[in-house]
Design a protein around this ligand. Structure first.
Ligand SMILES: *Cc1c(COP(=O)(O)O)cnc(C)c1O
Length: 394
């Protein structure tokens, strides 16, 4: 389907590559900011692991978002991209010493701590620098999210977070540590969540835990409920912007914030998924014994979600308006899982046609690998493209 993509400019770029629609990203950020401004004390961080393209980071920072990092490398990227360190949080079950030191040196806002041994290490590394580390405890709320099993994180069996029953113990331990300041509670239950009931369950759990702390006269400055809001992979054109109104209203209605408390969110996918498209070129049309294959020059090294999570991405032939036919869209990699879609309808394909794999802005480019000695795909932000643009580095 010939649509709204700048296909003339695409012709001069080496495929496969990622194309990011900066206007859609700005509209998405605007929609979030509009909803957030209706609620007292709400703060949104971008979960950087979804995509670290510098052009996207700049736009997200300009919209005033903080950054949620899960590695020292991400903390470095965010600082390079100009995020104020006072808006950076650092989560993850396995933080190395150098990563903790990097975060301490940059005076980030908060460590989301996932175990007592980690708390002890942060305390001693902070002591060595004469600093105080602000920490929130990531609690495992034992809530199942209605999403793919590989992307739920808040069940008791998952490796993430501290068991709820240990909450009082860890807070007491933190209070006794010289170089630790306890500032909040953190949760993150999973990804691609579209059932607001899952977030409601998290609110209820948080309310219970807060009531428990109230009885001990322990006050908590910050509650961080993580991210996880999903996007409509089926209908990227009809629903390009997620339903942020319902999302924030769910928290506003269900979660009982204490006076002066701040509620933090860490959205990744919902911010960047829909603005990104993987553009590939058709290499061959192969008539198999029972079906037709559209063999493209992108593979799971460029976009691994279909192979890793059986994820669905809408696919369009943006060079053809001919009648649709069913194809298996496959990549060149020597693995049977290198399939983007089976028996999907595309306008009739020919060698050289550009194929758009939609909703690929989150967990796409950043998960690319060099398996089979393939080149990493490039990412282009629409703001930087103009008629006649050629990439001199490609
Ligand atoms: C991955 C992650 C997020 C973002 O998840 P999305 O589903 O992309 O919104 C938020 N917080 C933490 C701690 C994460 O690990």
């Amino acid at each position: 389907m010939k649509g709204t993509f700048p296909t003339d400019i695409f012709q001069s770029l080496r495929t496969p590559f990622y194309y990011y629609d900066a206007d859609l990203l700005r509209q998405t950020l605007g929609a979030i900011n509009r909803e957030v401004s209706k609620h007292e004390g709400y703060v949104v961080h971008y979960a950087v692991k979804a995509n670290v393209n510098p052009g996207l980071l700049r736009i997200i920072r300009q919209a005033g978002f903080g950054a949620d990092c899960v590695s020292g490398g991400e903390v470095e990227r965010c600082i390079q991209a100009g995020f104020p360190s006072s808006k950076i949080v650092f989560a993850g079950v396995g933080k190395s010493d150098w990563e903790i030191n990097l975060a301490l040196d940059n005076d980030i806002f908060c460590f989301n701590v996932e175990s007592i041994p980690e708390l002890e290490v942060i305390n001693s590394l902070a002591a060595a620098k004469g600093k105080t580390a602000r920490v929130a405890f990531r609690l495992n709320p034992n809530i199942g999210a209605h999403t793919h099993a590989n992307i739920t994180t808040g069940m008791a069996e998952n490796k993430f977070g501290i068991a709820m029953n240990d909450m009082e113990t860890v807070i007491a331990k933190a209070a006794a540590m010289e170089n630790i300041k306890f500032v909040g509670l953190h949760f993150h239950i999973g990804s691609q969540i579209l059932d607001m009931g899952d977030f409601q369950a998290l609110c209820n759990r948080t309310n219970d835990l807060q009531a428990q702390l109230d009885r001990l006269h322990i006050s908590v400055e910050h509650i961080n409920v993580g991210g996880g809001l999903g996007v409509d992979y089926q209908h990227p054109n009809r629903v390009p912007i997620p339903d942020f109104k319902s999302y924030f209203n769910t928290y506003a209605r269900q979660l009982k914030l204490r006076p002066g408390q701040t509620l933090h969110f860490e959205l990744g996918r919902a911010i960047v998924a829909q603005c990104g498209t993987l553009i590939a070129r058709t290499l061959y049309i192969k008539e198999g014994a029972v079906k037709k294959f559209c063999i493209v020059d992108a593979g799971f090294t460029d976009l691994i979600r279909p192979a890793l999570y059986q994820a669905y991405h809408k696919i369009e032939n943006i060079s053809s308006d001919e009648p649709a036919e069913a194809y298996d869209v496959v990549g060149p990699i020597c693995e049977s899982t290198d399939v983007f879609a089976k028996q999907t309808d595309l306008n009739r394909c020919h060698r050289g046609d550009l194929i758009a794999i939609r909703s690929a802005g989150a967990y796409g480019e950043i998960m690319a690998s060099q398996y089979n000695c393939r080149r990493l795909p490039k990412g282009y932000v629409s703001d930087d493209l103009y008629p006649g643009f050629t990439d001199t580095n490609s």
